[in-house]
Design a protein around this ligand. Structure first.
Ligand SMILES: *Cc1c(COP(=O)(O)O)cnc(C)c1O
Length: 352
């Protein structure tokens, strides 16, 4: 029953987020959240923001926060745009920079929100086949298109592209905007931010949800030429001027000012990832080389659905997709060392 729905919405198949279990306690390795708490400075800032000033609207331009982020990335504040999670920033970017007449491209195996946005905004799109090793075929994205979107590192494979390749893509597509979604870049990939100076068509999108342990605050941002940033502001101010609330802006500012905590969290996650990856290989799993806070793994001869169900019975949630190319692969978030020991024990049992 879709009575009263607009024709456009009746036709939509929305994105399905990873499960957030209620009640039952799982080891939650299905949505790439950080296993460690946010920086104490972020929490202190959140508490300080939760006061009388909440009766006032927030600064729609998030000026102080943009200044903090601009300093962190050696940019100017007019090269920073803030949004309510990077999902919102991506949605604004699809509307700001892509036209229905020109096909946009993204990898076949990548963030499943991209095709949803493209359909929702009435854009034509092409999903570029992966190379045999499941890496992104950048050569197939160069040249005539209306825009490119790539996560780097890619999701859900975790594999990263070197900066020279991203630069080659920017050079080959000077007429179109290239969005590099860096949701996972802090876990060991090279950021494209230094290329912003030379490429006015580059938009880098980042988030506080993964490496900053603030998925619950919903903050993300875009970095790019001031012209692209103005395009995003234009879309925002046609929809909702106050997307980042006072508490979220304060919390992220606190987190950004705690570089030491950030470095220690990402270091711990990467160390646990590399140790887990090695143990999984010893158990006979194929493990893609990950530069993210998750591992993409399969076990020849065992179906992905069976592994996922077996883990669930043992209290562990992981993510899987039905695309036949990757249906036997699991995306496993890197948790604490204890979480990973439980995962390894469960997988050893399931594949014995
Ligand atoms: C998690 C994720 C995002 C969204 O992050 P939010 O800032 O929480 O909206 C964007 N892109 C990719 C590839 C992601 O995995």
């Amino acid at each position: 029953m879709k009575e009263f729905w607009s024709g456009r919405i009746r036709e939509m198949t929305p994105y399905v987020p990873g499960e957030q279990p209620r009640g039952q306690t799982f080891i939650k390795l299905n949505t790439n959240e950080c296993p460690y708490p946010p920086s104490p400075r972020a929490l202190e800032a959140v508490r300080a923001a939760a006061g009388d000033s909440l009766r006032l609207y927030p600064d729609p331009e998030c000026l102080e926060l943009r200044q903090t982020i601009a300093r962190r990335y050696r940019l100017s504040e007019n090269q920073v745009f803030m949004g309510n999670g990077s999902d919102e920033v991506l949605a604004f970017a699809f509307q700001a920079f892509f036209d229905p007449e020109r096909e946009i491209v993204f990898p076949r195996v990548s963030y499943s929100f991209y095709p949803v946005y493209a359909r929702y905004f009435g854009l034509r799109y092409r999903q570029v086949p992966m190379k045999d090793d499941l890496s992104v075929d950048l050569d197939a994205m160069m040249g005539d298109n209306g825009g490119v979107v790539i996560p780097n590192p890619n999701a859900p494979t975790g594999m990263a592209l070197p900066l020279e390749r991203i630069e080659a893509l920017l050079r080959a597509n000077p007429e179109a905007v290239v969005i590099v979604d860096e949701a996972y870049v802090d876990f060991g990939a090279d950021s494209a931010v230094p290329l912003i100076r030379d490429y006015p068509n580059l938009l880098v999108v980042q988030t506080a949800s993964k490496s900053r342990a603030l998925a619950g605050l919903r903050v993300g941002w875009a970095l790019g030429s001031s012209n692209l940033i103005d395009g995003l502001r234009c879309v925002r101010d046609c929809i909702n001027s106050y997307t980042v609330d006072r508490v979220a802006a304060a919390g992220l500012k606190g987190a950004m000012e705690d570089e030491g905590y950030f470095q220690s969290v990402r270091g711990r996650v990467m160390a646990t990832r590399d140790r887990t990856s090695q143990r999984l290989a010893e158990l006979g799993f194929s493990v893609l080389p990950s530069r993210a806070n998750f591992l993409f793994v399969s076990r020849p001869g065992v179906s992905g659905a069976a592994l996922q169900a077996g883990l669930r019975e043992r209290g562990i949630l992981v993510r899987r997709w039905d695309d036949p190319l990757i249906a036997d692969w699991l995306r496993i978030t890197v948790g604490t060392d204890g979480d990973m020991d439980a995962l390894l024990a469960a997988l050893a049992e399931l594949t014995a």
